[in-house]
Write a protein that binds this ligand. Sequence first.
Ligand code: OSB
Ligand code: MG
Length: 368
Amino acid sequence: MQVRRITLRELHMDLVTPFETSYERMSMRRILLVEADVDGVTGWGECVVGETPFYAPETVETAVHILRDFLWPAIKGREFQSAADVWNLLSRVRGHSMAKGGLEAAVWDAESRMKNVPLWKLLGGTLQEIPCGVSIGIKQSLEDLVATVQKELACGYQRIKIKIKPGWDVTAAARVRESFPRIRLMVDANCAYTRSDFPLLQQLEAYYLMMIEQPLGWDDVYSHVELQKLLQTPICLDECIHTEEQAREALELGACRIVNIKLGRVGGYTVARRIHDLCQKRGVPVWCGGMLESGIGRAHNIALSTLPNFSLPGDVSASRRYWHEDIVEPEVTVTPQGTIRVPGGPGIGFTPRLDLIERLTVNEIRLT
Ligand code: OSB
Ligand code: MG
C-alpha cells in the first residue's frame, strides 16, 4: 500500500473546564488532525502536541514543520505492506514522536478500514471493555477539588488522579483521601519536583496512593531510581519514556513499577506495542495516558487500551468531560461501571464529523 496524500488540519476547540497542571493552565486546545488517503481509503490520526513546549518539546508549529518537510517526503511514493512498517520509514527523523504518531495512527485507521476490521483487532487487542479513570486538574480550593472528585465518582470512574505541584500536594492528597477512604487514588506531578523534595514526596506514602506519576525531571530517569528506593508507593513514568530503549532502561534500573503509555509520546503504535510487550514480560502493568484529545485521538487511545497488559484504568474518559461537542459520531461515553465498550465497526470505530471539523478548522495543509 501507499499513502497517496495527507491533509493536516488545525482545529480550535474550547475545553468545557480549564485544565491546570504544574506547568500551565489550558482553556482551549489547538487540535492537529492528520487525514491520510491510503490507496483511496481515508484514515484519521491526531498529533497530540501541545500549544507550548512545557510538557514535551513538540508544539503545533514543530509538528506541522516536521510532517510537511520531512515525514511526508519520507513516506511519499513508498510502497509498504502494513501500517506496522510506517515507523521504519519515518525513523530517520530523530524525536518528533507526536508528529510521527499522528501520521502513523492515520495509516493504521486506513488499513483497518481497508480490511474491514476494527483497529483494535488488527492491533491484537483482547479487551472488549476498558476500565476508565479521570485526571483532575489543580483547583482553586480543596472544597472545589473534593466536589469534583465526588462528581466523577458518581459517574462511575474507577480511579481518580489528581494533579499536584509544590504547594498543592500533601494537603490535596490528604483531603481527598480523608473524604474518600477507599477509592483508587493517584497523583501526577508532571516533573514539578527535584531531589531536594524527597522528604516531601515521602509524606505522600501516608495516603495509600496507587502510584505517583512522573514526580521528577522529564529527562531524569536516574533520580527516579533513587526516589523509588525510598518509596513503597510505585512510581509511574510518563514524560521520561519516549522510546522502547528508555522503557527498558527505566525497568532495568528500577526507576518505576508502572508505565503510562501515550501513543503520541512514543511515536505511535509500533513503539507503544513494543513497550506494552516489554512491560508484560516483566509483570509491569501499563495504562493509557491522555493528552486532552479530541474524539479522534480518544478513539485511538481506546484501541490501544484493548491490549492485554493495559490492566489499570487509563486517563481515557468520556467526550463530555472535555468538549461541548466532539468531532466524532457517536461521542465517547462511559458506562455507569466506569468502562468504555470498545466499538465493533471498522477502523477506529467512530466516524469523524466532517462538517464540524471543517467549521472548527483554522488552518488546512494538503500534501500531495
Ligand atoms: O501528564 O498525563 C498528563 C494532559 C495534558 C498533558 C499531560 C497530561 C494530561 C493529563 C490529562 O493528565 C489526561 C486527559 O484527561 O486527557
Ligand atoms: Mg502525566
